[in-house]
Design a protein around this ligand. Sequence first.
Ligand code: GMT
Length: 375
Amino acid sequence: MRIGITCYPTYGGSGAVATELGLDLARRGHEVHFITYQSPFRLREYAERVYFHEVDTTMSRYPLFDHYPYTLALASRQYEVALQERLELLHVHYAIPHATTAFVAREMLAKEHPIKVITTLHGTDITLVGQEASFYAITKFSIERSDGVTAVSQFLKDETYRAFGPVGCDLTVIPNFVNLVEYSPAVAASRESLAPADHKLLVHISNFREAKRVKDVVRIFARVRRAMPATLVMVGDGPDRGDAEVEARDLGVAQDVRFLGRLDTVAPLLAAADMFVLPSQTESFGLAALEAMACGTPVVAARTGGLPELIVDGVDGILEPVGSVEAMARRAVDVLRDPARHAQMREAARARAANFSSEVIVPQYEAYYHQVLGR
Ligand code: GMT
């Protein structure tokens, strides 16, 4: 198949999933064309049958444009690439604005070269941004006009029906996936450079936005730190990083918290960790949690959104209600203090992640493409 993929190319789960999907599809013999304003962050080196088409943003400084109409440039590029590369379908990730630009591109192509549009819903496109009054109607319209729509969890599918009640459109759940070779206990970074030898190592990775509750990460850590020697490594950046730094100072644990900023490759850190911490307010899937589990690192998380579809509480991780820092810390300490239980949980986490391996999930996308294309 010849497939166009549009996603946000910067750090974030939807861009990561879209890029890994494209790379895997290409390994399976498909031709994949990424269409976005910058090369996706996980697309770092040459890969056979993978192409990148940049959306031209040179007009963004034109004085009339207080608000640059990127969506028009994107729709135009999707149209051009689909025509030039004879694409059969456009698979767009994150509804806003990608489902809308794909709709426009498909309309432009209708007579010359009909294509199908598949939209994958990822999270806040449905749970937050799409429900804002200014985006609601166009998000609903663009979902309904897609030829196929997938959601990354049952939670997100249910939430889409609840919030938008899309008409004449059947959502399919295809969960996120992980490459078990890249994300494996075998790729662990050396612990020496990360934490003192007698410390437990806790890791958090996110975009440090409000939904991630990064202050809770520090609060959980501070309680663990009271019970045992431990280091917290925080990876990523975003608006709430400053708050997390202040919280660490206020709670007197700043000397044991390390902020590494954004990193392209996180598997070695995840694999070196004893526990991954994800106390989010909402998480439609929690790709970072899956990646940690694939590395054999159990996750202590909030029982929210799609996380209970991934983590089996008490078996391969820990789930507690949003904001229950006390309970999350207490249960994390119980596991970290008990080497046999910790080892069991590590193994169970890796085994659970195997249900979401690229070998299992990517063929589901291929089958869905065939279904939408009617062949
Ligand atoms: O919706 C967002 O907040 C951004 C989005 C992204 O691009 O990173 O994250 C969502 O998509 C990921 C990939 O499918 C999921 O793993 C995340 O759980 C989801 N984030 C939220 O639901 C908050």
